[in-house]
Design a protein around this ligand. Structure first.
Ligand SMILES: C[S@@+](CC[C@H](N)C(=O)[O-])C[C@H]1O[C@@H](n2cnc3c(N)ncnc32)[C@H](O)[C@@H]1O
Length: 255
């Protein structure tokens, strides 16, 4: 299965970090798709159920199915959204017949799969005629935790690979290549405010994702240099609250 299984194991760490932004994103994305009541929804790369939860709250769905490659995340999703059905599976080989869903949504997963076009092709295949496919991805300039990677680069620590998807145009191109029509895109700004720099820093490293692995692989002196280079980028004055802004693109198109 094609997944970042190294990282996507700790659902609690995800929910206390990235999900604080992805919940805001899902609550913008779901209503923007303009899906009729009682539709059948598919949430691809559903993770801990953040988007499915927003669908339940905001879209009056007929049924919600989530699919993800991480069993621990699916367990968290089942607890969070008991009214939805969650299955283990690969986004590039969706185990559903053609035309099964009026709405297919995929938030913050495409940059993680080796072949995003294959994944969007599968989403288009399982969308019903007239149905909508909605995507979301971090902005390439102002992505989540860009302060960390900029600081790491500044102090000479290599390691960040550029995201294969950097903006709304990439999403629109993927939707068009999958044969979908009337694509639209929009940029959304998301802000999470931390009690202070330490709170922010602990959350950043508590994600147990790429950043944690990268940070832990650095020698202690460089770890300290990264931390102190990040600090003035996010902390306006010592002890002040730390608002962390990230931008994400959403895009949608019809089958
Ligand atoms: C950043 S999380 C996003 C989760 C959720 N959509 C949200 O908005 O909070 C990315 C998710 O994609 C899943 N994933 C990565 N590659 C996958 C694949 N090939 N098939 C299915 N899920 C995949 C991961 O397991 C993880 O749950």
């Amino acid at each position: 299965m094609t997944t970042e299984s190294r990282f996507y194991r700790d659902a609690e760490a995800y929910d206390s970090s990235t999900a604080r932004w992805s919940e805001q994103l899902a609550r913008e994305l779901v209503p923007w798709l303009g899906v009729r009541r009682d539709a059948r929804w598919l949430d691809v790369g559903c993770g801990t159920g953040v988007v499915s939860d927003a669908i339940m709250d905001l879209a009056w769905p007929g049924a919600v199915t989530g699919i993800d490659a991480s069993e621990p995340y699916l367990e968290a999703a089942r607890r969070k959204v008991p009214g939805a059905r969650f299955e283990l599976g690969d986004a590039t080989a969706l185990p559903f017949p053609d035309g099964s869903f009026e709405a297919v949504v995929c938030s913050l997963m495409l940059a993680l799969v080796p072949d995003p076009a294959a994944a969007v092709g599968q989403m288009a295949r399982v969308a019903a005629p007239g149905g909508v496919v909605g995507l979301a991805a971090w902005d390439g300039e102002n992505y989540l935790q860009h302060e960390y990677w900029e600081a790491a680069q500044e102090v000479g620590a290599q390691g960040r690979e550029p995201d294969p998807i950097a903006g709304g145009e990439d999403l629109v191109r993927l939707l068009g290549s999958a044969g979908l029509r009337e694509a639209q895109t929009r940029l959304i700004q998301l802000t999470v405010t931390f009690d202070g720099f330490d709170d922010y820093w602990q959350t950043l490293l508590g994600r147990k994702g790429h950043i944690t692995a990268h940070f832990e692989s650095q020698p202690p002196a460089r770890q300290a240099a990264i931390r102190e280079t990040v600090r003035p980028r996010v902390e306006r004055k010592p002890g002040a609250k730390v608002p962390v802004v990230a931008s994400a693109w959403v895009a949608k198109a019809r089958r």
